[in-house]
Design a protein around this ligand. Structure first.
Ligand code: FES
Length: 504
């Protein structure tokens, strides 16, 4: 037996190799894990969760952790030893998950419903009183499929095999079933029947939850015939929910544009306006919709993981110690880190800020090259950007900017005619608009750019109020949206190459 074991740290995104039997406390402090009670096993603030593999439990841990915590694999890092390979979720670095608490108009009806936004990384659920429109409970979780690959392509590859498809459907159904159970319990409604559950998500999440064939999503032209509304009874999914509610996964808009964007259209009401507006979800798979009350076009573009700081040498998720803001002061850089902790890496919003600042100071050239003589862009402490990091951001922003340009051209509007640019999702919520414009990512006036938070969840909530299928507002929207395949647009490559440059 090898004398070393591998520990994967989430959401930090690092793997370390340690000698078997090493106390976790000896290695985790290097990664910024704090031990508030000095490791005496009293505060529980050093909790880690073994999401894969096992950490044995000591009697004093068993005394302080609840039955549920123990069953879910929670342990105290100050008490645990690394005896076997394990994937650890570090509680101190939990990723903040964007929910939705905006006011909305609705037609009251009796009953309760649950809206779920199923993201590639995270899941959020809200229990809504359909009579009052009040959110009675909200809870979040990490997508349990992450144990089988953090990105959608890895999971799609796994789901090409029958066994992989079944596995991915089973874990996500079980995870969401538990989440739905938790919001019901939090609201104290265990005895009340639930009327309906509505899920939204990107196209791959839709297919994986519904256990559909993903093969069409793995080859050109990336169009699936089964991307419509999918319906189940809760009991079909092995969810024990009073009332055995209907569970609906809303339809995708086409290609890789999922029901998260369909719900975003409902939430932003862009389908009711006369003037054209844009809805953009900036992620590994950038999703874009342009249009008005008459006509809408949508497309997706493979931006790569740079906006989530993936593929960036010192990239990390937006958690403790990530540089999330960079500003220019007196010819130098001032970096802010999340929780004011020592800098450990950089997240997506920090990356956009840092490159915008580098352009401002002339340290980064419009071509994307670092100025002559500069090998890296030093930010704060050990955190820096390399030439390769700049390239990753250029490719991501080039793909999004080219997608926007082509959709606007096809729709027949110039950028100055767009009345509103709605930025959906976490990155769109946190990115600095001025920096996004400086790097040429969102080249619209600040006053027209509007972060709309978790519009997918809001759109799912709005759908809960429909009495039956005929009342679904999204049916009108679907009839007006046309999907554009950017992969087959002959001008894409040319525009993309032009958009890869930063503005002068
Ligand atoms: S540091 Fe307090 S319980 Fe571990």
């Amino acid at each position: 037996m090898s004398n070393s074991v591998r520990i994967e740290l989430r959401p930090y995104g690092r793997s370390i190799e340690v000698e078997r039997g090493t106390p976790l406390r000896d290695v985790l402090y290097i990664y910024g894990v704090e031990f508030p009670c000095g490791g005496r096993g009293r505060c529980k603030r050093c909790r880690v969760q073994a999401v894969e593999g096992n950490l044995s439990i000591t009697p004093d841990e068993a005394a302080i952790l609840s039955d549920e915590e123990r069953e879910q694999g929670w342990r105290l890092a100050c008490r645990s030893l690394a005896q076997e390979p394990v994937v650890l979720q570090l509680e101190q670095f939990q990723v903040p998950i964007l929910a939705d608490h905006s006011a909305f108009d609705f037609e009251p009806r009796p009953g309760f419903g649950v809206a779920v936004d199923l993201g590639t990384t995270t899941v959020v659920a809200q229990l809504v009183d359909l009579e009052t429109g009040r959110v009675r409970a909200c809870d979040t979780a990490l997508n349990p499929q992450a144990a089988y690959g953090s990105d959608i392509m890895t999971r799609t590859q796994l789901a090409l095999q029958e066994a992989g498809r079944q596995k991915l459907a089973a874990v996500v159904r079980q995870g969401i079933g538990a989440l739905v159970g938790r919001v019901i319990a939090t609201a104290g409604l265990e005895q009340a029947p639930i009327d309906t559950v509505v899920l939204v998500g990107n196209t791959v999440m839709h297919h994986l939850f519904c256990e559909l064939d993903v093969e069409p999503l793995a080859r050109v032209p990336f169009e699936s015939d089964h991307d419509g509304l999918q319906e189940f009874q809760a009991s079909d999914l092995r969810w024990e929910v009073r009332g055995d509610p209907r569970v609906r996964f809303l339809p995708c808009l086409g290609g890789f544009v999922g029901s998260d964007l369909l719900a975003g259209i409902l939430a932003t009401r862009m389908h009711e306006r006369d003037e054209p507006s844009l809805l953009i979800d900036l992620g590994t798979n950038g999703e874009i919709v342009v249009g008005n009350a008459e006509r809408m076009l949508c497309a997706s573009t493979a931006a790569g993981p740079a906006f989530e700081a993936g593929g960036i040498e010192m990239g990390m998720q937006a958690t403790t110690g990530a540089i999330d803001q960079v500003t220019v002061v007196d010819g130098g850089l001032i970096c802010h880190t999340i929780a004011d902790a020592a800098p450990r890496g950089i997240c997506g919003s920090g990356l956009v800020d840092a490159v915008a600042a580098g352009l401002e100071l002339g340290w980064v050239e419009p071509s994307g090259r670092l100025e002559e003589g500069r090998k890296i862009l030093n930010l704060s402490g050990p955190v820096h950007l390399t030439q390769g990091d700049l390239r990753q951001l250029q490719l991501a922003k080039g793909a999004i900017a080219a997608g926007i340009r082509i959709l606007l051209d096809r729709w027949g509007a110039g950028p100055h005619e767009v009345s509103r640019v709605n930025l959906a999702g976490a990155f769109g919520n946190y990115v600095n608009r001025e920096s996004a414009r400086r790097i040429g990512l969102i080249d619209f006036p600040d006053e027209s750019v509007d972060p709309v938070g978790n519009s997918a969840l809001l759109g799912a909530k709005l759908t809960l109020f429909a009495k039956d299928r005929a009342a679904f507002e999204y049916r009108d929207v679907l009839a007006r949206v046309e999907h554009v395949s950017l992969a087959s647009d002959r001008s894409f490559q040319q525009i993309f190459v032009r958009e890869v440059r930063f503005p002068d």
